[in-house]
Design a protein around this ligand. Sequence first.
Ligand code: MGD
Ligand code: MGD
Ligand code: SF4
Ligand code: MO
Length: 671
Amino acid sequence: MATLEVVERKSTCVLDCPDTCSLTVTVEDGRVVKLDGSRDNEITAGYICGKVRHFTELVYGEDRVRYPAVRSGPKGSGQFRRATWDEALDIVVQRLQAIRHEHGGEAILPLCYGGSNGWLTHGPLDLRLFHRLGASRLARTLCAAATAAASTGLYGKMPGVAYDDYPQARLIIVWGCNPAVSGIHLVPYLRRAKENGAKLVVVDPRRTPLARQADLHLAVRPGTDLPVALSMINGLFESGRADLGFLSAHARNTEALRDRARAWSYGRAADVAGVAAADIERLTRLYADSTPAVVRCGWGIERNRNGGSAVAAVLALPAVAGKFGVRGGGFTMSNSFAWDMDPAAAACEPPPATRLINMNRVGEALAPGFAPPIRALFVYDCNPLATLPAQTKVRAGLAREDLFTIVHEQVLTDTARYADVLLPATTFLEHNELKRSYGAISLEWIDPVIEPVGEARPNYWLFAELCRRLGVARPGEPETPAELMRAIVATSRDGARIAADLERTGRAAPACGDRPVLFVDVFPATPDRKIDLCPAALDREAPAGLYGYTADPATGAFPLSLISPSTSDAISSTLYQRVRKQVPVGIHPADAAARGVADGDPVRVFNGAGEVRCVAEINDELRPGVAMLPKGLWAKHTANGQTANALAPDTLTDLGAGACFNDARVEIRPV
Ligand SMILES: Nc1nc2c(c(=O)[nH]1)N[C@H]1C(S)=C(S)[C@@H](COP(=O)(O)OP(=O)(O)OC[C@H]3O[C@@H](n4cnc5c(=O)[nH]c(N)nc54)[C@H](O)[C@@H]3O)O[C@H]1N2
Ligand SMILES: Nc1nc2c(c(=O)[nH]1)N[C@H]1C(S)=C(S)[C@@H](COP(=O)(O)OP(=O)(O)OC[C@H]3O[C@@H](n4cnc5c(=O)[nH]c(N)nc54)[C@H](O)[C@@H]3O)O[C@H]1N2
Ligand code: SF4
Ligand SMILES: [Mo]
């Protein structure tokens, strides 16, 4: 009798989550039977989230895409016939060549985002293909566009405070971030800080799990962080608590920030944000009095018309109050800024000057009248129907008979159902990956732990193959995972050491180490190493000028703010196939009563752009005037197949041209 081979293999989670957990994967006869946290990465501390513990349901589930397939029914029907890779790629090559020949390369649009957060699945070979085809370029703005514009505008690419240093802080402000769901490994450090006597403040329209334990919770109206932060800055200057010594040594344009903040008294900010002026004042005093103090700046702040300026104002706070220079002091935004590699530059020449299409406007770009039209859409690492704003327009675009759509996917998503050619993608358990985390500060080399399921193939295989078949490959270019890794790492100033560390241990720390003290170990990556508190480029970009506030888009007809934050069931849309029941819209008791809506009632959530039919869930954790549907829902999660994204406008943030998901304004009525 054959004995069962059971082995434990190391891996690292590559999903779009700040934590980048180190994993122990149990493999029985070539099949993954268990995923759990390991201690290779200290932050993981031996535990992982429930989503990834159930990852085998994605890998082996009924929705897994196992074979190449060609559409055999109407667009969107999800009806396919199985094909061989050769046949599927022949069709792709023939159609892309014909479209390029007849309409030019710009008629092709790649559409990708964060499905895998690794550098081998996005960056090198896909861009090699699309650049050389002269395809339209994609502005990858679905997330972190405003935060990146603001934080790099002020600080250049500077990493922030490491999770491990939070227990040193006396005050922690969790601002527009819900780590209990979206980055669970920060939570034990917050608990330790509290045990050490730290105060916790949460700024969030919802009473999140952390807000419940906070010393102060500012339940601001969505989109009003900018006035709150500016009034704190004004208060610090007015009360003589601004650190003028630090500012004159380390910052530029302090006066411009101070001038703009002057317009915001505590009272005026409190009126706009719907909180008590005394609470903002108390927070300012607490902040001035506490050292070390750290702000965990989240992505909840950015997803509205004021998002860029709001993030800039929040990140200016530690400069104004002089909170840098000590362990546990400053801010944490995206710690991916610890790395200086450029995966695109590693594999191909600079991008051609073809048109740039903002992914938040893909619905428009696929609509009639957009010229010259897009005729081929190549979707990978992305589920646009579930995650892009203006869902109704996106769906209409995908349904176009004259659009040739290729989808490279792991599971049969809502988007994949619209494919003309569907190609099976491997998961990170089945391919190599190079992943830098954006919460913890680390870079990991990841080996596959199992053979590909079915005929699934990694992105790097697919794009190398297409480069060859479309005649744009050049001999001697990096192409295998190991070659790509070396080429990517070589674009870093510290490349030789990082490559050696990766090859020896599978992980590497950046030059500044994995627990940098801000303004001791790292400085702003700006030309003069100073903070620019009012960069001219950002000031020109923002329609109301940097730090200029734009009023709430609510109208009498659509008075409620619909927010759509992350939940513990999924990473964006990934793993939502596991949730088989419908998902309710959260509504505050007062808003429900005013509309005659009771818990569990069927309702319509609607505005001029769309309508979601679902049931109501009375939720007193929301502030009045705010309703909630999770981000990333699939069509099956509502009664009519529309989700929060059908109600989200395709307007853009003031900086970075990012998505304004939380600017959705709606009405809710019983049906
Ligand atoms: N309403 C609303 N919508 C939002 C947001 C919001 O706040 N509200 N937030 C947004 C945010 S923060 C983000 S980051 C985006 C995320 O938007 P997306 O990137 O579109 O969403 P994901 O679910 O992360 O990933 C998409 C797909 O990539 C696939 N994938 C994973 N790995 C690979 C791979 O190696 N190869 C290939 N070919 N495919 C792979 C997954 O199976 C998944 O279906 O969504 C945004 N959408
Ligand atoms: N489980 C899980 N983890 C995830 C993800 C996931 O989908 N699921 N997504 C990953 C990705 S792609 C990202 S970008 C991060 C995002 O993680 P977070 O930074 O936590 O962002 P969100 O979940 O979008 O929203 C965080 C909080 O912002 C609040 N919020 C909404 N509007 C505003 C506002 O105007 N001001 C303020 N102050 N708060 C507001 C929401 O109520 C919410 O509690 O998480 C990552 N981790
Ligand atoms: S999704 Fe986040 S918390 Fe869950 S295993 Fe991956 S890195 Fe860890
Ligand atoms: Mo994101």
